[in-house]
Design a protein around this ligand. Structure first.
Ligand code: BTN
Length: 266
């Protein structure tokens, strides 16, 4: 599989030389963090066929069976403060839309902040994690993506069966995971070229891809309280601006709340 991924990658992408393939791993993000704290270079890419402890946001697990999905993490070492990377998850989401479009000819939407969707089904999730240097700058950033490729409806655990989808379920064809993994790596490399200098263009593309904008949403805070409104905009840091039902505008950061559509997952 590793050889096939490298063969499918663009020659211009230098990350082919630092690609690590795992048949089974606990979590590519956890391993990437270990490698990064031991000095692994910028552009180290970890791809696994199977995760035994795949992690999602808010401490959730990410179902990662063998032979069906792509579980990928990349280590970045941008020279900047953490405040300059507020848009990292948005940039990664746009890059993953580019990758799916390149490999499969369809462009998914983005459910704010970090889910790739087709119709009302979640195709992929993104988990970004930062390691800070003693002086407060960024030591490393990890972008982790889990993309459902070949799953049939019955392959998903019951609790996510009505929500999760795969490239196969959308396209109805067999999916070449090595081609998709190569496109994902290429797209992350391209994203990295303009990550710090092209923030406004990245956010502009994110706004175009984001299906949450214009929709009624519920803002669910950690203490369980729920407020309702309409998603109006994305700011330059990737936060969601919501017009609440009482007329006021609220800026919502992804770490603080989850957003639900008023009538289901999207
Ligand atoms: C989410 O939907 O909450 C985010 C899911 C992120 C899953 C990916 S799979 C590759 C990487 N390794 C992990 O343990 N998590 C991310």
């Amino acid at each position: 599989m590793k050889d096939l991924i490298i063969k499918n990658m663009k020659e211009s992408c230098p990350w082919q030389d630092s690609l690590l393939w795992f048949e089974t791993i606990d979590s590519t993000n956890t391993r990437a963090k270990e490698l990064a704290s031991r000095g692994a270079p910028h552009g180290t890419v970890l791809i696994a066929d199977h995760q035994t402890g795949g992690r999602g946001r808010r401490g959730r697990s990410f179902h990662s069976p063998a032979g069906t999905g792509i579980y990928l993490s990349v280590i970045l070492r941008p020279h900047c403060a953490a405040t300059e990377l507020m848009h990292l998850t948005c940039a990664a989401a746009v890059a993953m839309c580019d990758a799916v479009e390149t490999a499969c000819g369809i462009r998914p939407g983005i459910k704010w902040t970090n889910d790739l969707v087709c119709g009302s089904r979640k195709l992929a999730g993104i988990l970004t994690e930062l390691g800070l240097a003693p002086g407060g700058g960024v030591d490393y950033a990890i972008i982790g993506i889990g993309l459902n490729c070949c799953q049939r409806e019955s392959d998903f655990p019951e609790e996510i069966r009505g929500i999760a989808g795969s490239l196969h379920s959308v396209l109805g064809t067999e999916i070449d995971r090595s081609g998709v993994a190569a496109a994902m790596t290429d797209a992350l490399w391209r994203m990295d070229q303009t990550l710090l200098t092209g923030r406004d263009a990245l956010i502009a593309q994110y706004r175009k891809d984001c299906i949450t904008l214009g929709r009624p949403v519920s803002i669910v805070t950690a203490d369980g309280s729920v407020r309702h409104g309409i998603a109006r905009d994305i700011d330059e840091a990737g936060a969601l601006i919501v017009r609440l039902d009482n007329g006021s505008l609220e800026t919502v950061n992804s770490g603080e709340v989850s957003i639900r559509g008023m009538y289901g997952y999207v």
